[in-house]
Design a protein around this ligand. Structure first.
Ligand SMILES: CC(C)(COP(=O)(O)OP(=O)(O)OC[C@H]1O[C@@H](n2cnc3c(N)ncnc32)[C@H](O)[C@@H]1OP(=O)(O)O)[C@@H](O)C(=O)NCCC(=O)NCCS
Length: 165
């Protein structure tokens, strides 16, 4: 199993993995749109036997205060390859890549039982909330010491997120 940044030739395979992993192709189209507009901050693939079997994306988010961070979404692993740690490996590699780009903080909207293993905690603890009413499912993680924008208010994802719903 290899985890690496996406390459141009991976775009169709990533689309296929996302379309197969979610109920609709909205996430696949979201990643296409983010890529087209240069908003895929980090995009990592998991390769098994020369085939893309998983993917994670990070894109820019901005808080009401103006503070800029990254949002993890979406992450997907082909059903045939789940529960082997590939999702976790993709997320850890993606977070490391975000740190290398000097991103200070990350958010995710998802199951706390899953994302807490990476250090994500309820974003409300830092005075951050999301535009979807996610409550405790909206979580945040400090990537660089001292960078969490405490009390920064509403955190908005890239415009592509509202375009593909
Ligand atoms: C979420 C997903 C990427 C995890 O991929 P994976 O390779 O199976 O992940 P890992 O092997 O690292 O972790 C699997 C573990 O996470 C747990 N898990 C996965 N999704 C979970 C969820 N939504 N809530 C709670 N636990 C979850 C599994 O039960 C499993 O637990 P275990 O380690 O105790 O067996 C994969 O299930 C998937 O593609 N799901 C469909 C798309 C999706 O819902 N993506 C997330 C929202 S963007």
């Amino acid at each position: 199993m290899l985890i690496r940044p996406e390459e141009p030739r991976d775009a169709d395979s990533i689309h296929a993995v996302l379309a197969a992993s979610f109920q609709t192709d909205a996430e696949a189209r979201l990643v296409d749109a983010l890529r087209q507009r240069g908003h895929l901050t980090v995009s990592m693939v998991a390769i098994d036997e020369d085939r893309v079997v998983g993917h994670v994306a990070f894109s820019p988010v901005r808080a009401e205060s103006g503070a800029a961070g990254v949002g993890l979404a979406p992450v997907a692993v082909l059903e045939s390859h789940r529960r082997r740690g590939i999702g976790a490996a993709l997320i850890e590699a993606g977070l490391d890549a975000c740190r290398s780009l000097d991103a200070g903080w990350a958010v995710v909207l998802g199951e706390p039982a899953y994302y807490s293993r990476f250090g994500f905690v309820a974003a409300s603890q830092f005075g951050l909330h999301d535009e979807y009413g996610g409550g405790d499912a909206f979580q945040a993680l400090e990537l660089r010491a001292g960078s969490m924008p405490h009390g920064a208010g509403l955190v908005k994802y890239a415009a592509e997120f509202s375009m593909v719903e």
